[in-house]
Design a protein around this ligand. Sequence first.
Ligand code: ASP
Length: 591
Amino acid sequence: MRFDQRTHFAGELRPSDVGKTVCLNGWCHRVRDLGGLLFVDLRDRSGICQLFFDPAKFEGLKSLRSECVLSITGEVVMRSPEAVNPKIPTGEIEIRVDNFAVLADCDVLPFPVSDEEQMENVSEELRIKHRYLDLRRPSMYRSLAVRAECVRLIREFLDQRGFIEVETPIFTRSTPEGARDYLVPYRLEPGKFYALPQSPQQYKQLLMVAGFEKYYQIAKCFRDEAQRADRQPEFTQLDLEMSFVVQEDILTLAEAMTRHVCNACIQKFELDLDPVGPFPRISYDEAMRKYGTDKPDLRFGLELFDVTEIARQCGFGVFKSAADSGGVVRGAIYPGGGSLSRKEVEKLEEFAKSFGAKGLAQLFIAQEPKGIAKFLTPHEIEQIRSLAKANEGDLLLFVADQAETADGVLSRLRVEIAERCGLRDKRKLQFCWVLDFPLVIWNEEENRWDATHHPFTSPKPEDIQSLDTDPGSVRADCYDIVCNGVEWASGSIRIHDPELQARVFTLLGVNEATQRSRFGHILDAFKFGAPPHGGIAPGIDRLAMFLLGKENIREVMAFPKVGGGYDPLMDAPNTIDQAQWDEMGLMLKKP
Ligand code: ASP
């Protein structure tokens, strides 16, 4: 089909273009028939421009249906003052169409692409099934444009600092990041499989052994794990590694890059966000103590407090028995919570129970304290008030349980309270560093030590002496970036000594034979002059989420999966032909 090339983008036309004859190509965003006068909004990737069709001049205007593809020529004219639309950049002008051609018709749409309000009620699965239509919405285009700009700025920042971008394989061996692998059968030797990378961790370390010194990659990672609003089976991270660095070098670089990328995007897209400031740093221990989580939302204070010692001595049975049986009694503060209704307090109780609390004890700080006050002495109440830094009118909420349960409940309760008190400022991206993680954590079910991050993380040199005697006390040279309570980046200084790496594998229950068979390549590589090195990997999808204020990762991905990893657009995963089963040497096990 012949058509004229556009002379302008629709969204760029302004009063200064009045009098010009222009050609536009795009989609018919919306058609309005005002008693015979036909107005059409033409949309292309730059925006929208109003077209005016004189019905006396044309036949075939009925073929102008929503989302058909149009090519028009016409003259740019000023709109009459009452027709000006201040909501769009082209709202002062319109085009009087001289010629038009429908380049492609459009069927009945599965949802109203041009109506943002109605789109709110369209099921997400339907949107993703017809993603090519969903992505026509200017809001979706903008989200992906912000994301693309983040990646562009990251590349620019790192390229200017001498990094080299290297692609690493997708068909590879398992590299442990704590999730299940996605496996791909190998046709030439049935029974063998590739694993898709959970991250390029081992390759980037091998690139350091290779002397590349500064590497990065915008890397696809694949993790078969439970999906959540901020998780997808395949996601993108900026993967970065440097040689001859200490922890401080990575922190400085990553923080400067993040601030630069965020602030440039905020400015360019006029995002509704305050500029990103310096990142406070807290240790893992401090984060757990003050916020009950290693992913604290630092937009607000509301620090938790621990009253286990007071509980041990007190006359309140619930507190005392938790403290005496190796548990803890910890609490959260609800500023002004003294004025909550009975019903509202019950809701908080239900909330706590949904995360495993057996109950939620309450102490109302007032002239005459209420709640569990009757079980406590005035001195104990005063001690608790002071630990909680509470004032009159505040409500204190307690969980008496094992530390893990209490922290799990209270960390969420703290966020819930902040939400109710309006303390989760939407304009703020509060990044922070969490440092000094423990190297390993005890896995009760499997009765073994697990790596807190991954097995390649270096213990702090001063803690190595306790590796065999008290592994739980060994801290790692490892760091996370957290933003508004969401883990955003994770990294560490790596082990580069083959003997230490083998010791850590052994500690993690990987025996010598398995070390050879699974990690022989990296243990060998470390024998050939491995420099000290370290890196970090921030999530690209999550960065776009933060900047766009989205709660759901799927909103910043072009073609996301829905629950269970299903792609409704391609209908994947799907069955394969018998011939493919045979070729792979595979058979389905009958239940
Ligand atoms: N490989 C790690 C991850 O994907 C990041 C890192 O340690 O650099 O979480």
